[in-house]
Write a protein that binds this ligand. Structure first.
Ligand SMILES: Cc1cc2nc3c(=O)[nH]c(=O)nc-3n(C[C@H](O)[C@H](O)[C@H](O)COP(=O)(O)O)c2cc1C
Length: 230
């Protein structure tokens, strides 16, 4: 399937056409379009209306400076301590298999074999150039926030992803940014009480890149949803 770059005109279409996009065109997003997305995302629900997200949107020169800084650190293998593990370890079934399948499907599309660890690492490293996107987003939250507020931030992330589809844009949500907590803090100047929770790439998808043909599997409805009918 080729990635759908049309503007979504319904929530259903936005959900059905959104995919994690891992290659973007070098084409800026108009300022009013970008501002409009964040303006509307303010309406996202949060428990107690806490609005626990603190959002940094990078474009143009600041984005270049930030991603070049990360690239330079990667080249020097000057890595930082990840703040939160992405998954429980060890991961159990069926999630373990779902995660494995996602990776294998992506590397198959990219024609990167299992034993080519360098090529696989290079693909992962693309996270830190925001996959070439013209917009990089860093979402910071207070370390005292709990699970309920992290749910709220997840809902906010979904708002951004769906609003982006309405503008013909695509996104990649990125937990990977938790791997660069010091560099993010240096840039955003957030306090020691705050931490990077998630990042996101946003822009126009490159329809010619095979990685954007990845349509990840989903469990069947009955596997995860139970209806209790009268
Ligand atoms: C909170 C969150 C963090 C994610 N972090 C990353 C990431 O760091 N890098 C990446 O390539 N994909 C990341 N993903 C994308 C997931 O792998 C993707 O959503 C999942 O495989 C389903 O595929 P789809 O988004 O294309 O439907 C993340 C997704 C979410 C929701």
């Amino acid at each position: 399937m080729t990635i759908n770059t049309d503007k979504s005109t319904s929530v259903t279409d936005a959900i059905n056409t959104r995919i994690t996009t891992r290659a973007f065109l070098d084409k800026p997003v108009p300022k009013d379009v970008l501002t409009g997305i964040f303006e509307t995302a303010r309406r996202t629900a949060s428990g107690g209306n806490l609005q626990p997200w603190n959002v940094h949107v990078l474009t143009g020169e600041p984005l270049e400076t930030f991603r070049n800084g990360i690239m330079a650190k990667m080249m020097k293998q000057d890595f930082e301590q990840e703040t939160h593990q992405a998954y429980p370890s060890p991961l159990w079934e069926p999630m373990r298999s779902w995660r494995y399948k996602l990776g294998e499907d992506m590397y198959a599309l990219l024609e990167i074999p299992k034993d080519d660890k360098t090529a696989r690492l290079m693909q992962v490293a693309k996270n830190f150039s925001f996959f070439g996107a013209p917009v990089g987003i860093l979402i910071v939250g207070d370390k005292r926030l709990g699970m309920p507020q992290h749910l709220d931030i997840g809902i906010y992330v979904q708002s951004l992803m769906l609003l982006a589809r309405e503008q013909g844009l695509h996104t990649a949500p990125q937990g990977a940014w938790r791997g660069w907590p010091d560099s993010v803090r240096e840039f955003t100047k957030h306090t020691e009480d705050q931490e990077i929770l998630v990042g996101m790439s946003m822009g126009y998808a490159d329809p010619d890149q095979p990685v954007n043909d990845l349509v990840s599997d989903r469990a069947a409805l009955e596997e995860l949803v139970t209806f209790y009918d009268g």
